[in-house]
Design a protein around this ligand. Structure first.
Ligand code: UN1
Length: 511
């Protein structure tokens, strides 16, 4: 594909501080970088949006050192004061919602409503974190020893390395940065190389809030590939926590490096999410949910539905409904409000889509509709339904594309077994009006995923819950609930206010 520079940057990008050529290094100030130049491409047109200068290994070292230095100051700010800074960041995001949402659309191809939804997810995280800044509770325990008091407290952990993927280029930063900030941790962000402008815009918004509050540089940025940022960051002992979102292969290599230095990793890796539809389910509800979860974001969410298990009694009807709905999905310019499905992120994603469909057919699958790459600029494909056989190897893999594999089943136990038979364990759902089926799906013998829904699709989780999954999805939990605990260190304190020294467990040790 040939690249042509757009005549001028869209006003929204200019308002966000994006320039034709940008520095990808922020550590309290935007600094000159020594790495290569990266071109940010609009995946819907193939046009060049702007250029970003990536960091070099020496730039990384400087940013990491500044992040570590910021910790020494930031951890002394009272948590509610840290929360106040996050509150102001939430307000700034409210003001920039339209522009930042549009940048998400232009740089990664999400439709307008999903681009705005992503910024809303950041705002929701800010609100959650502000409340949390007054609720970083520890427990107190009753000591077994007389005149002793025992309690636990939570201290800031240290600088956090955050590695994010292209598909949620701003929200996943917010999951980490808002919580890390109230917990007292500064962070160094390595964004996806396919969403560099989003990372620069977010960091500029955050920079202003930090400056207005006289806060140290806690939201730092190092745009660069795995060699100059990803690997050094994972191995860097100044970062006790590495939070990484991306493929299983990426998580496996980062996880090993972090484990080797006995650091903590928070991994949010691939999903291969399934929906079970039982006999007697509300099929229209199921249809709408499947469509959003399988076709939304062009199938490029880690929570996208990739496998659909249909009870034999409703399979034919549901397939017909799906084929009709898939045929009417409006594919095209993601900034046009009537578009439902935008492009894939790049040429390689299109090749992966093609390869997956070739393999699916070789393994016995049958394409029911879709399956074609669109002949137009940008990286557009058709949403695709494939009738699949149980355990086809391709259905055990995550292909980041709008391909949905359909299976039929006789009884629920069989469906749950097939559902759980893949290596990933992120999100899952059942559509049913039968409370026994719903409860079985949610029971210990039901879905093995980190997220399990009833009459709701697999994607589009709210931030209030802990987000993440089991098995090869990596086990990490981010965003709501008590996910904050991984960003802090727990200290158990026992205080003796008596005049003797009784030992626990009844041990005597007197001279
Ligand atoms: C991802 O795809 O990496 O539940 C995150 C969802 C979104 C987050 C997805 N709230 O679909």
């Amino acid at each position: 594909m040939t690249l042509s520079r757009t005549s001028a940057l869209p006003d929204a990008l200019v308002r966000l501080g994006i320039e034709p050529e940008n520095s990808g290094a922020f550590d309290g100030a935007w600094t000159t970088t020594h790495g290569k130049r990266y071109e940010s491409i609009n995946p819907a047109t193939g046009e060049l949006l702007a250029v970003v200068n990536e960091v070099s290994t020496e730039d990384y070292e400087r940013i990491a050192a500044r992040t570590a230095a910021a910790f020494v100051e930031w951890r002394q700010w009272p948590a509610p004061k840290r929360g106040e800074v996050v509150r102001q960041l939430g307000d700034a995001l409210r003001r920039h919602k339209e522009d930042l949402g549009l940048l998400v659309t232009l740089e990664v191809g999400k439709i307008r409503s999903e681009g705005l939804g992503e910024v809303q997810e950041m705002i929701d995280m800010a609100d959650f974190a502000v409340g949390l800044s007054r609720q970083l509770y520890g427990l107190s325990m009753h000591s077994e020893r007389p005149l002793h008091r025992m309690y636990e407290q939570w201290h800031p952990l240290g600088p956090v390395g955050v590695i994010t993927a292209f598909n949620f280029p701003v929200a996943v930063w917010a999951w980490n940065s808002m919580i890390a900030a109230v917990c007292g941790d500064p962070m160094l962000w390595k964004p996806s190389e396919h969403a560099t402008l989003c990372s620069i815009a977010v960091t500029k918004i955050a920079q202003k809030v930090l400056e207005e509050n006289g806060a140290p540089p806690i939201w730092n940025l190092a745009v660069g590939d795995r060699h100059v940022v990803g690997q050094p960051l994972s191995a860097d002992r100044r970062f006790p926590l590495i939070s990484a979102t991306g493929s299983v292969a990426m998580g496996r290599s980062i996880g090993k490096v972090v484990a080797d230095r006995l650091g903590r990793s928070l991994l949010e890796l691939g999903g291969n999410n399934g929906i079970v539809v039982t006999a007697g389910a509300d099929l229209d509800l199921a249809l709408r949910a499947v469509l959003f979860a399988a076709v939304g974001t062009a199938g490029q969410r880690c929570t996208s539905t990739r496998r659909l298990f249909l009870h034999k009694s409703i399979a034919a009807e549901m397939k017909q409904k799906l084929i009709r709905a898939y045929g009417s999905v409006r594919i095209g310019d993601p900034s046009d409000p009537s578009t439902l499905m935008g492009p894939l992120i790049h040429e390689k994603a299109v090749a992966d889509y093609r390869d997956a469909l070739v393999r699916a057919q070789e393994e016995g699958g049958r394409i029911l509709c879709g399956g074609k790459v669109l002949d137009r600029p940008g990286f557009f494909v058709e949403p695709t339904l494939v009738e699949a056989l149980p355990h086809m190897p391709i259905t055990c893999e995550e292909t980041f594309a709008p391909i949905l594999y359909l299976f039929e089943y006789d009884d629920l136990d069989e469906a749950i077994e097939l559902h759980n038979s893949v290596p990933q364990g992120l999100s899952s759902a059942i559509f049913t009006l039968d409370m026994r089926a719903a409860e079985k799906f949610l029971s210990v013998a039901g879905s093995d995923c980190g997220i399990a829904n009833v009459n709701i699709g697999t994607s589009g989780a709210e931030i209030g819950g802990a987000f993440g999954g089991e098995k090869e999805t990596g086990g990490g939990r981010e965003a709501g609930s008590d996910s904050w605990k991984i960003y802090m260190r727990r200290q158990t304190c026992t205080i003796n206010y008596g005049e003797t020294l009784p030992l626990a467990q009844g041990v005597h040790f007197d001279v």
